[in-house]
Structures are given as C-alpha cells and as structure tokens.
Design a protein around this ligand. Sequence first.
Ligand code: TXA
Ligand code: MG
Length: 330
Amino acid sequence: MITKILKINNDSLTEAASLIHKGELVAFVTETVYGLGANAFNQEAVAKIFEAKLRPSDNPLIVHISDLAMLDVIAEQISSVAVKIIEKFFPSSLTVVLKKKNVIPNIVTANLNTVAVRMPANKDALSFINKCGVPIAAPSANTSTRPSPTRAIDVYNDLNGRIPLILDGGDCSVGIESTVLDLSCDVPIILRKGMISADDISHVIGCEVKYLDANSSKVNSPGLRHKHYAPSCPLTVVSGSLPLALDKYKQMCETGFRPVILTPAQYIDYFYCCQCVSLGATEDEIAHNLFAIIRDVESLYNNIIVYYPDINECSGIADRLLRASGGNVI
Ligand code: TXA
Ligand code: MG
C-alpha cells in the first residue's frame, strides 16, 4: 500500500472522509499527538487500526467527536459532574470515560462497558471529524510501544505502507497525549496524566480529583499495563544529583556507547563537554518537544540520558519519561 501525505485543505479532507466511509484508516493531526482514525461505528475498520499499529486487542481506543450531539449518540448516564467538566474542557486535551451506548462496537472499547471520548481543540482535527460526519476511533498513530508521533513524518516512519493517508496538519502543539479522566463511577479519577492536571479539574468541580494509584490491583485503564514510548535504544532518567548524570555519561562513553544528554534548558551549561540537547525552558515547551527529540536523537546516538532533577512527579512529562525508560530511573 502506498502511504500519501497530504497537507490539509478541502480536497484532502474530501479524500480523507471518503476513505473513512470506505472503512479505511486516516492519520490526522490533533493538538496532543497524531491519531490513527477509523469510523468508530465500523468494527472491520477499527480492526485495521489494531493490525496497522500491532496494538494488543485488550487496549481500548479513544473516540473523537467534533460536536456534543455526537457525545449523546455514543455515551449515556452522564452525571452532573461530568456535564460540568465537559462544558469546561471540551474541546481540549481532556478525554473522559463514560458509560457507552451499544452503537459503539466492543472492539473499540476492548469489551469494557465504558467509552473514552475526546473533542480535540485542533481546528484541522475538528474539520476532519466534521467532514467524516461520524465519531472517529483513534489511538496515537505510532507503532505500538514506540514514542507517540507529533509530526506527520513520525507517522510516516512508523506506518509507511500500512495506511493509505496521513493528513499533515503540522506539528502538534501540546506534544503529549490527553489526560484520561474516568467519570463512569462516583469519584472522578485520572487514569492517564496529561497537560490538564488534577488541580485544573478540581477547580472546576470544587472537589478533589485523584490520580489512579499505580499500585492498585484494579487497573481501570488497560493501556497502562502495556509497554509504551520506548525509543530504539536504552533511556535512563536521572532525577538525582548532577554527578550521577555525568558519571553515567562517562561510563557509557567508556563502554563504547554514543550517549546523549537531554535536559531542560536551565541545566544545559552543566553538560558543555557532553553531547547534549535542550528539551526546552518551560513544561509546555518540554511536553511539545519531548517525543520529537527522542525520535530525532535515537537515530544519531545509542544511549539516552535524561537529566531532570526537579521533575514534577505528578506531571504527564514525568509519566512519559518513566515509561520511556521502562522504570530505569537513578
Ligand atoms: O491525546 C490522545 O489521547 C491521543 C490523540 C490521538 O487523541 N490518543 C491516544 O490514544 O493517546 P491511545 O490509544 O494511544 O491511548 C488511549 C488511552 C489508553 O491508555 C487506554 O487504555 C485509555 O486511553 N482508554 C481508552 N478507552 C478507555 C476506557 N473505556 N476505559 C479506560 N481507559 C480507556
Ligand atoms: Mg498511544
């Protein structure tokens, strides 16, 4: 299969919508990461997502909508708290988990009785969904286990030959995936961290919002069990003191590796004698750059050391780095 990359305009949107109606896949930009979309009502089309990405079938997909009328078609028992949150945060990088209606095939939700729903804020994403006229089931458009794609070329590098079309809407502004908030039970709970935090949500509803306890035996979000965001070479996070990072770098050089240090802009001067790349100066910049930099450096170096001493442990950035390292934190 030939994979086309088309800039978003009226013609490419028409072509994309026609592919979706034929049960094919289209990768499209959102403000978080690129998504790999199929008609959420068509189970054969959705099955192609799992095939193209090599995604385990027990990992449910997010359904993307472009207006609230679509929400009522796919979800039910929406509580007053959920309504408040949706009114405030749609469209944005917040995904909410609600009780599902039967129109959503079980393959989308991995047989759960809930459905994850997001209305992206990116205008091109909304135009694409709107043009298709159906909710779009879409995971991140990477091969399973790889870092998520934040540029059309990242999607191409992972899925070339496996999908017919990538709608190129430029770089994703946020850069890490949405916050996933479970609103299907009495207490709202964050299943996946993103740039919208528990505090942002609790300000709106006036009560505390908790993060899923990583050690809990009840894992509400099956995707959390799987390996994620792994670059093609080892990645170590150094959250301790500077000498630890310098020692690790030296040790890697001495054992024949080509290591690189990734670090927030304020620490870059500590590494003047090392190969080093700045992740950015603010949390927003770092989230925006994170996956793109990991994808860029993995082809030039063969060992990645991330020096991030003051990392906010509750942040989406910390979560992605922890998973990218496979728990390799010193
Ligand atoms: O920003 C994003 O969320 C991107 C863009 C494309 O929208 N999508 C994305 O999808 O990151 P994916 O498939 O890579 O991650 C979806 C996450 C997984 O952790 C999955 O377990 C969780 O959402 N999820 C989906 N449906 C769920 C459900 N019914 N209950 C609990 N968790 C669910
Ligand atoms: Mg993903």
